[in-house]
Design a binder for this molecule. Structure first.
Ligand code: MLT
Length: 218
């Protein structure tokens, strides 16, 4: 049974503020929404409602501030990650997800992350292989120089890259697809005729793919 936030005591907050929107369709896995740099816990809620109608939405705000902009982990430069911080924040996020699941009786969520949020979702897959039901990674890049020794046992992953993405070069997203595939994920990688920002194709493909996971028509 899904309870509202008002009925439960506040969570310990390894990942501080968040939105939890109870779903109406128990057949739908919950959706874990992970925003990009400068976003917050509200950003992806409309997208989540559209791509997974009726699903419970779990949407934390990244706990790191970069010049006032929330992110999920620290970086040293554009595309150069503080991997120690990434490991720590990934484990905090995994703890947060497990606590939300426990308190609300939720199944394993599908992560949907954009940019920085997609990068920590990739890290979640590699560091906590049993946590997620699947993942939609929008404009993700390789999170670790050396992949952790993870076994994913067929976890489905949809990786959507932009052919003209100035932040994620094509060889980087190809390496991420290979890294996840080598770890045992069932990766679908599509490169769309767009840049780093999201396009309507992302939305349509994510919706179809998530509907396929739930065994429903889009
Ligand atoms: C990151 O830092 O996660 C990536 O460079 C994407 C971004 O947030 O710009």
């Amino acid at each position: 049974m899904i309870r509202t936030l008002a009925e439960t005591p506040p969570l310990p907050q390894p990942v501080a503020p968040h939105v939890l929107e109870p779903g109406t369709d128990p057949a739908r896995p919950p959706l874990l929404l992970l925003h990009g740099t400068g976003g917050d816990e509200h950003d992806l809620i409309p997208l989540g409602r559209f791509v997974a109608p009726g699903a419970t939405l779990i949407s934390p705000r990244g706990a790191v501030l970069e010049h006032g902009m929330p992110r999920f982990f620290r970086r040293l430069a554009e595309g150069v990650f503080d991997e120690d911080d990434l490991r720590r924040r990934t484990d905090d996020l995994a703890g947060f997800v497990q606590e939300v699941q426990r308190r609300h009786g939720l199944a394993a969520p599908v992560a949907l992350g954009f940019s920085n949020g997609a990068n920590i979702a990739a890290s979640l897959l590699l560091r906590h292989p049993a946590l997620l039901r699947g993942a939609v990674l929008l404009r993700a890049m390789v999170p670790f120089r050396t992949a952790p020794a993870a076994r994913l046992h067929g976890t489905p992953v949809l990786l959507l890259s932009g052919a003209a993405d100035p932040i994620v070069p094509a060889d980087n997203s190809a390496r991420l697809a290979a890294m996840l595939g080598d770890a045992g994920a069932a990766v679908t990688h599509r490169t769309l005729p767009t840049g780093h920002g999201l396009a309507q194709m992302d939305v349509n493909l994510a919706r179809e793919w998530i509907a396929g996971l739930a065994g429903e028509a889009a």
